[in-house]
Design a protein around this ligand. Structure first.
Ligand code: IPM
Ligand code: MG
Length: 360
């Protein structure tokens, strides 16, 4: 079986971590009888440097023709990189927003879980971290403030900027359905997060989520205001199973949730449309400060590749083997610098990739 995979190494540590994920996928393929056929495309700063734009139409066409996309990370230091002197629509992030929209990747799954082996890195009080947590953030990814009309004008000598937040019921319904479907495979609880005490878009969100919930009587639904959710994530993260929310709230809450795990270098993510197609990437960014030093943690990208095998290719056994290999090397005490602790063995990015590949 041939897997047609488009890779976006991107910027910063992206190329290093994607190389390790390819290594592990190749090994899993040997063992489980599939052949990953990788085609690289440029996106973000890497594309700006060559083509002057963060994503070309040709690159989009390559991604569209693939079965799945595996991405590293894009972007650079926003204060020093020349990419950020360009107009906003030509900066690295615009490439990411464009590919999300072009591929209709409306459902962004961001797991935030506390690894037993890394519990010491969790910044929460011990009585909170002891309970453990395993949260799936379902973030709407192609609507809301990110894609609404915006403008910057000068009116009567006063500068004025506007962004608009719009959702229609279809956009809300399709992400809600994904959220409830995922909850069925987990602890069967959905916390829908909004700002319904202020925003019309949130009031519609709440109504549509309730309508969808009627079709999932096995799943418990609760509503939570976004400010309260930000607080609850540090106070009692164990209460959450699936957090279902709109684009901007999900952007902010997923960073918070990943940080409280203490090991953001471990967290994968998937962005899906309504077919088997998906874009898979680590939850962390491009870490330009450590790029090219072979010290980044490739585990989040390797786990994203495992998610890809599971969601896009139904290769559950191979995905499970990749995840088990990650757990095994952690249990054996191997760590990259970001998750290093006393008594463990520190390894480089490429050594970590090789160790994981060898354990499959
Ligand atoms: C993310 C990132 C992006 C977002 C940026 C880079 C545009 O923060 O994937 O969470 O805001 O969606
Ligand atoms: Mg973000």
């Amino acid at each position: 079986m041939n897997l047609n995979i488009t890779c976006i190494p991107g910027d910063g540590i992206g190329p290093e971590i994607v190389a390790e994920a390819k290594k592990v996928l190749n090994r899993a393929g040997e063992k489980y009888g599939f052949y990953p056929d990788f085609t690289d495309i440029l996106m973000g700063g890497a594309s700006i440097d060559v083509h002057g734009v963060p994503l070309t139409e040709e690159a989009v066409a390559v991604a569209k023709a693939a079965d799945a996309v595996l991405m590293g990370s894009i972007g650079g230091d926003t204060t020093t990189s020349p990419w950020y002197k360009l107009p906003p629509q030509n900066r690295p992030e615009a490439g990411l927003l464009k590919i999300r929209k072009e591929l209709n990747l409306f459902a962004n799954l961001r797991p935030a879980l506390l690894y037993k082996e890394l519990a010491a890195a969790c910044p929460l009080k011990e009585e909170i971290s002891a309970a453990g947590f395993d949260i799936m953030i379902m973030r709407e990814l192609t609507g809301g403030l990110y894609f609404g009309e915006r403008s910057t004008v000068v009116e009567g000598g006063i500068r004025k900027a506007t962004d608009t937040l719009t959702y229609d019921e279809n956009e809300i319904r399709r992400i809600a359905i994904k959220g409830f479907e995922i909850a069925l495979k987990r602890k069967r609880k959905v916390t829908s997060v909004d700002k319904a005490n202020v925003l019309d878009s949130s009031r519609l969100w709440r109504k549509v989520v309730e309508e969808v919930a009627e079709h999932y009587p096995e799943v418990t639904l609760e509503h939570m205001l976004v400010d309260n959710c930000a607080m609850q994530l540090v106070k009692n993260p164990a209460q959450f199973d699936v957090i279902l929310t709109e684009n901007m709230f999900g952007d902010i809450l997923s960073d918070e949730a990943s940080m409280v795990t203490g090991s953001i270098g471990m967290l994968a993510s998937a962005s899906l449309n309504d077919t088997k197609f998906g874009l898979y990437e680590p939850s962390h960014g491009s870490a330009p400060d450590i790029a090219g030093k072979n010290i980044a943690n490739p585990i989040a990208t390797i786990l994203s590749a495992a998610m890809m095998l599971r969601f896009s290719f139904d290769l559950d056994e191979a995905a499970g083997a990749m995840e088990a290999a990650v757990k095994q090397i952690l249990a054996e005490g191997y760590r990259t610098g970001d998750i290093m602790s006393d008594g463990c063995k520190q390894v480089s990015c490429s050594e970590m990739g090789s160790l994981i590949a060898e354990r499959i």
